[in-house]
Design a protein around this ligand. Sequence first.
Ligand code: ARG
Length: 463
Amino acid sequence: MSDKTSNQMWGGRFAAGPDAIMEAINASIGFDKRLAAQDIAGSRAHAAMLAATGIVDTSDAEAIREGLLTVLSEIKAGDFEFSTALEDIHMNVEARLKEIIGEPAGRLHTARSRNDQVATDFRLWVRDQCDAAEGGILALMKALLGQAEAGADWVMPGFTHLQTAQPVTWGHHMMAYVEMFSRDLSRMRDARKRMNESPLGAAALAGTGFPIDRQMTAEALGFDRPMANSLDAVSDRDFALEFLSVASICAMHLSRFAEELVIWSSAQFRFVTLSDRFSTGSSIMPQKKNPDAAELIRAKIGRIFGANVALLMVMKGLPLAYSKDMQEDKEQVFDAADNLMLALAAMEGMVKDMTANVANLETAAASGFSTATDLADWLVRETGLPFRDAHHVTGALVAMAEKKGCDLSDLSLEEMKSVNGTITEGIFDVLGVHNSVASRMSYGGTAPARVREQVARWKEILG
Ligand code: ARG
């Protein structure tokens, strides 16, 4: 059809076609072609239902369903010419269907509107992304679990304020992320469950007078049930927002870990060596090995947060039911989903490949008076000092060591006794980092034995 004439889908009352600028602002085909498979699945389910309910002849419905498969294979093969004049994926598919099967194509849109059509397509697409994200998160959790198992008793500094706080185990640090990502996984599954209702059959906004069977289309598309209110069905995008919110929280976790990898791989820290496969070089400084994947994860995460806010902004002022503003839902979600999957995969790759520099970790763990709390705890346990007083005595010992430029364990017993006379030789046992972590056996603590329990628990869960 010519771009100059009025639209063949809705142009009945129009004498002229749209201005080029109108067409440019109106068309969504440039991006919503990504919904082609979902659109065709929805249309095939709708056509089968139209036949089953006697709304359309079985032979016409069959022609439609067959023709739609041809359209799908053309699109998949890259043999399909998308037209901006046809606005969006829905009309592009229907117009091509008409070219292929002729007159029966015109019956497909009975008892349906693009409003419930797009809501259905988009739900199906976002649902697929929940599944993809689930796979990505699970793979990352397994990679973290591998690291945790290998290094359940490797000692590293634990930080608060990025200042050395207390020694922890490498395994414990990795398992902290396993816990975080497991909550992302659970949120993703939860979002999927909530979004899994079918808008199809809500029609434009009010339902339809045709005797449709919404249960049938819902089932055919793998939805748990049809949505109960037609206005709600065509006008909310909370399912996409929920995906973006869950994705944002997961992305935030990815970004924090990425930041740690950037710090850990620096020449100053040397806690980890990232593999060549997940690093890049500098074109001018031959010595450099840059953690670009981690940096890009950290940066890309901003796009996901941005998408979340952008869609909230699109939606917040819209009266019920559908408004064309809602066409702006897709690009944001597409971009966020693409970048979430990429970030998850890149993080999984980095984690799988990275090597912890165990000796460096241990040296760092032992510096910065990291066992000062162990010393204070020893005073409480062995001499009966109240913790506050023990804290004070330990502070004085730290000051002494700092002045001498040595570690706590390098102070002599006499020096210790000069601060508190009740201190005995036994104190040196708790100043070692391995003893320190091994003693932290409280549930959820960093002791290697506790970490191994958690690793075993998660291995059982993840299979
Ligand atoms: N391309 C549109 C969108 O993405 C499809 C729905 C159009 N509906 C309408 N009443 N104009 O939202």
